[in-house]
Write a protein that binds this ligand. Structure first.
Ligand SMILES: Cc1cc2nc3c(=O)[nH]c(=O)nc-3n(C[C@H](O)[C@H](O)[C@H](O)COP(=O)(O)OP(=O)(O)OC[C@H]3O[C@@H](n4cnc5c(N)ncnc54)[C@H](O)[C@@H]3O)c2cc1C
Length: 337
C-alpha cells in the first residue's frame, strides 16, 4: 500500500480539473483495498473511490483518501451452448472489456462501445447508450462492504437499476466498493440496431454482414463524430439526464414549442435534455475556461484551466433557465465531489 500526499487529480478525472486529494492510493488487489480502507478509518478520513474519473466533477480539494480501483482480471465462470457468464475485475477499462468480448464473439455489450471509465463503475449508473443498458447483460456484482470489509454479492434486483440509476447512488451510496461484475453474454448474437443512427452508419458504410463487430464499429464512428474526446477537451459526457415528464405536460409544451421531441416511456414522455438546453440558448456558450460544447449542448466542457466550481455554477444556471422556460427540472448525471 503506497500512500501519496497532496496528489493532483488532474490526470484522474476526464474534466481535467486540477484539484488535489489529501492522500491518494491505488488498489490492485483486495488486500490493499482493505488495508487502504482501514488506514483511512484509523485516521478518521473520508474515502473517495475513483475508477476512470469520467463521471465526476471535482468542485474542491478532497480532504481524505482517494482510492483508485485497479482490480483486474477477466474470467469465464460458466457457459452453456448459447450463453456465457464472465466475471470482470472492477478496475478493467470498460472499452477494453467490450473489445475482449468482441474478440471472443460474445454479444450483448457492442452497443456500449467506447464509453469511458471502468467496469466497476458501470453498474453505478447502469451505463447505457444506443438502445442498450448494462442491466440487460448484468448477472451480479461483488462488492466490499466498507464497514465490515466482507464481500457481498448483488443480483440485478438488489441493484435496483433504473435510467442512469442504481441503489449505489442512493440508499447504499458510499457503502460498498464494487470489486467485480459478472456479465451474461450471448454466443448467438441478438443484434440491436433499433437506433436510427446505427442503421444510417451501417448503410453509409455499405455493411452487408450484420456482425457485432460491425455494430461496435458503427457506434464508435458515431460517438467519435458527436462527442468531444476528453483528451482534447475536458468533459464527462452527458452532464444531465434526459428528463421524463407527464403526458399532460408534454402535450401542453407541444402547443408552445411544436418541435419539442419526446418519446414515450413507462412513466411518461422522455425529452432530450440537449434539446432543452439548446433551446434555452446555451449551446456553444463559453465563459472563460468553461462552457457548453458547440456540437452537443448536453456536454459541459473545461477548455483547459477551468474550475469545477465554475462548471457547477454554469450547470445551476442552465437548470434554472430550463426550469423557467419549460417548467422542467434537469437532474445532473455527473457525481459532484
Ligand atoms: C466522453 C464521455 C462519454 C460518455 N458516454 C456515456 C454513455 O454513453 N453512457 C453512460 O452511461 N455514461 C457515459 N459517460 C459517463 C461515464 O463514462 C460512465 O458513467 C462510467 O461508467 C464512469 O466510469 P468511471 O470508472 O470513470 O467512474 P468514476 O467517474 O471514477 O466514478 C463515478 C462514480 O462511481 C463511483 N465508483 C467508481 N468506481 C467504483 C467502484 N468500483 N465501486 C464503488 N463506487 C465506484 C465513484 O465514487 C463515483 O461516484 C461518458 C463519459 C464521457 C467522458
Amino acid at each position: 500500500m503506497k500512500i501519496i500526499e497532496n496528489h493532483s487529480l488532474k490526470a484522474f478525472n476526464t474534466f481535467g480539473i486540477d484539484k488535489k486529494s489529501r492522500f491518494f492510493t491505488q488498489a490492485g488487489d483486495l488486500d490493499s483495498l482493505k488495508k487502504s480502507l482501514l488506514w483511512a478509518r484509523e485516521k478518521g478520513l473520508q474515502v473517495l473511490i475513483l475508477g476512470g474519473g469520467s463521471n465526476v466533477l471535482l468542485t474542491q480539494d478532497f480532504p481524505g483518501l482517494v482510492i483508485k480501483i485497479e482490480l483486474k482480471g477477466i474470467q469465464v465462470i460458466q457457459e452453456t451452448s448459447d450463453e456465457i457468464w464472465v466475471e470482470v475485475g472492477a478496475g478493467e477499462n470498460w472499452h477494453d472489456w467490450v473489445l475482449y468480448a468482441l474478440k471472443h464473439n460474445w454479444a450483448g455489450i457492442e452497443n456500449l462501445s467506447l464509453i469511458p471509465g471502468t467496469v466497476g463503475a458501470s453498474p453505478m449508473q447502469n451505463i447505457g447508450a444506443y438502445g442498450v443498458e448494462i442491466k440487460e447483460v448484468f448477472e451480479s456484482l461483488n462488492a466490499l462492504d466498507r464497514e465490515s470489509l466482507d464481500i457481498v454479492s448483488f443480483d440485478s434486483e438488489a441493484c435496483q437499476f433504473g435510467y442512469r440509476e442504481s441503489i449505489f447512488k442512493h440508499e447504499l451510496k458510499d457503502r460498498y466498493v464494487i470489486t467485480s461484475v459478472v456479465f451474461r453474454l450471448q454466443k448467438e448474437p441478438k443484434i440491436n440496431v433499433e437506433y436510427g443512427a446505427i442503421q444510417e452508419t451501417l448503410k453509409k458504410n455499405g455493411v452487408k454482414d450484420l456482425t457485432i463487430q460491425a455494430v461496435s464499429d458503427a457506434v464508435v464512428e458515431i460517438r467519435r463524430s458527436k462527442l468531444p474526446d476528453p483528451r482534447e477537451i475536458g468533459n464527462a459526457g452527458s452532464f444531465f439526464k434526459n428528463p421524463t415528464i407527464s403526458h399532460e405536460q408534454f402535450k401542453s409544451l407541444k402547443t408552445d414549442f411544436p418541435s419539442i421531441p419526446g418519446y414515450p416511456v413507462d412513466s411518461g414522455v422522455k425529452v432530450p435534455a440537449g434539446w432543452l438546453i439548446e433551446q434555452a440558448g446555451w449551446k456553444g456558450k463559453k465563459f472563460g475556461e468553461v462552457g457548453v460544447h458547440a456540437k452537443q449542448a448536453l456536454v459541459l466542457v473545461n477548455y483547459g484551466n477551468g474550475d469545477g466550481k465554475a462548471i457547477q455554477e454554469l450547470a445551476q444556471k442552465i437548470q434554472d433557465s430550463v426550469l423557467e422556460k419549460f417548467g422542467i427540472q434537469l437532474s445532473p448525471e455527473v457525481n459532484f465531489i
